[in-house]
Design a protein around this ligand. Structure first.
Ligand code: NI
Ligand code: MN
Length: 226
């Protein structure tokens, strides 16, 4: 398994030989503008919700790679109207794929597609196989629903949580989220892309460390070292 960070909330995670791309927003991200999106060849594209800073490059990458999308019913239907294909799911459901099982879990946020279409309820994903399990939270507030994850899914090896505040939880709430999901290895996302979500890295890492948790703040266009 490897984890590659394309900035904001976009990660490419390779499991069982399949490349899973989460929330591709690259061309519009000032921190990721040097990345050539045509070089990204995922096998599947996951979309947590319809906001432009998550779905931004999904159509372009989906058309060039032919990768199917996985997400909420209405988000996948909208992408089908733009020439992609995919797997319609909804919150609370799980489904088996060739690389493992995907469970869609609740996120507390909002959602609208770039043209104003209904963007379904926002979601997170728990993805697991025989030897791995991780949680990609999408955009979310801290919510008690996160306590359901350890009750319904295998133990997490790591989790990707938004920590930039303003639009999502900040790092203080993300520490509580890490406790709710019973996970000590957290990769932060949704920070620094815009001034309003800029964070103090040292402070955030230190705050996690005082709770005996590891916060990794990945660098854009780099492999993530857990
Ligand atoms: Ni959002
Ligand atoms: Mn967002």
């Amino acid at each position: 398994m490897y984890i590659y960070y394309y900035g904001h909330s976009c990660f490419l995670i390779e499991v069982n030989g399949k490349k899973l791309l989460f929330d591709p927003f690259i061309a519009g991200n000032p921190l990721a503008k040097d990345i050539d999106i045509q070089s990204i060849k995922p096998d599947y594209i996951f979309l947590s919700h319809g906001h432009g800073d998550h779905i931004g490059d999904a159509v372009a990458i989906g058309l060039s790679s032919k990768a199917p999308v996985i997400g909420a019913f209405e988000v996948v239907s909208w992408l089908e109207n733009h020439g992609l294909n995919g797997f319609h799911m909804n919150t609370g459901g799980k489904r088996k794929f060739e690389f493992g099982t995907v469970k869609m879990v609740n996120a507390v946020h909002s959602s609208q597609l770039p043209d104003g279409s209904y963007g379904a309820n926002p979601a997170g994903f728990v993805v697991y196989g025989s030897d791995y399990c991780f949680y990609f939270a999408g955009d979310t507030a801290l919510t008690l629903d996160m306590k359901l994850i350890p009750l319904t899914c295998p133990p997490l090896s790591f989790a990707i949580l938004p920590i930039g505040d303003n639009f999502t939880m900040g790092y203080e709430d993300a520490i509580i989220a890490a406790e709710f999901i019973q996970c000590d290895k957290i990769i932060g996302c949704h920070f620094d892309s815009f001034p309003v979500i800029a964070i103090n890295h040292e402070k955030a890492i230190q705050a996690f460390a005082t709770k005996n948790k590891k916060l990794v703040l990945p660098a854009v266009n780099q492999l993530v070292q857990l």
